[in-house]
Design a protein around this ligand. Structure first.
Ligand code: DC
Length: 228
């Protein structure tokens, strides 16, 4: 166990509820929440702004190295900053979601993010959510969850989120995007979305947030008792 507590990995496909659950779990445990998807999204946004193509890995990697990505908590909200600028809203559009899936497949980008994520989590007392936390970033994390739900359910949740923000994408298109991103994330060469062999599987289809949270808190408490 690290100086500040356990390292907890929460991996799974998009729309499985990772962000909400991770935020609440971090609050309950008094741990730091690191949304690694937001880090890749921020790189994608920076690439789009700079007009860098997803095929230009060298420029993407250079760009990535020059990006200072930080998190800032104000009350309930966690803001993502790119070189000090709040980009939390801008990184959540459907366009950036798809672009992120391609940008995050680039090895140079992944290596750069890997270093930063390991640095952020090294002292423990953290929950990292993403796709490869339990397999690549922290393969020795003390607790690993793989959170999933059916594609239909995940698309429906994403659709409601987008609607609440005034986005007009249809339910059908949102589900199709979810399926497309799943395929890109699972089939990419570097650090694909994969369940770690020692991860605890949670299918959140038909489960409430509270039910998922209770299950996770119990698992973490059992681990803490076990490690003394
Ligand atoms: O969790 P999210 O939907 O915000 O992630 C956005 C994209 O980033 C998603 O297509 C997969 C990618 N990602 C990744 O490759 N590795 C991570 N650790 C987190 C996200």
């Amino acid at each position: 166990m690290g100086k500040n507590g356990l390292i907890i990995a929460i991996d799974g496909p998009s729309g499985a509820g990772k962000s909400t659950i991770t935020r609440l779990l971090a609050e309950r445990l008094g741990y730091i929440h690191i949304d690694t998807g937001a880090m890749f999204r921020t790189v994608a946004l920076a690439a789009r702004r700079a007009g860098i193509s997803v095929d230009d890995e060298r420029s993407l990697t250079e760009l990535c190295r020059g990006c200072a990505i930080t998190f800032e908590r104000t009350g309930d909200a966690c803001r993502v900053l790119l070189n000090g600028e709040d980009v939390s809203g801008e990184i959540r559009t459907p366009e950036i979601s798809l672009l992120t899936s391609s940008v995050s497949a680039r090895k140079g980008v992944r290596d750069c993010m890997l270093e930063q994520q390991r640095q952020m989590g090294r002292l423990g007392g953290v929950i990292l959510e993403g796709r490869d936390i339990g397999t690549v970033v922290f393969p020795h994390a003390e607790v690993k969850f793989f959170l999933s739900a059916t594609a239909g359910e995940r698309g429906r949740r994403r659709f409601l989120e987008l609607q609440a923000k005034g986005e007009t994408q249809s339910l059908e298109d949102t589900i199709a995007d979810v399926v497309r991103r799943d395929r890109q994330d699972e089939e990419r060469e570097h650090a694909p979305l994969r369940r770690a062999a020692d991860a605890i599987d949670i299918d959140s289809t038909g489960m409430s947030i509270e039910e998922v949270l209770d299950l996770m808190v119990k698992t973490v408490n059992d681990k803490l008792t076990e490690t003394g």
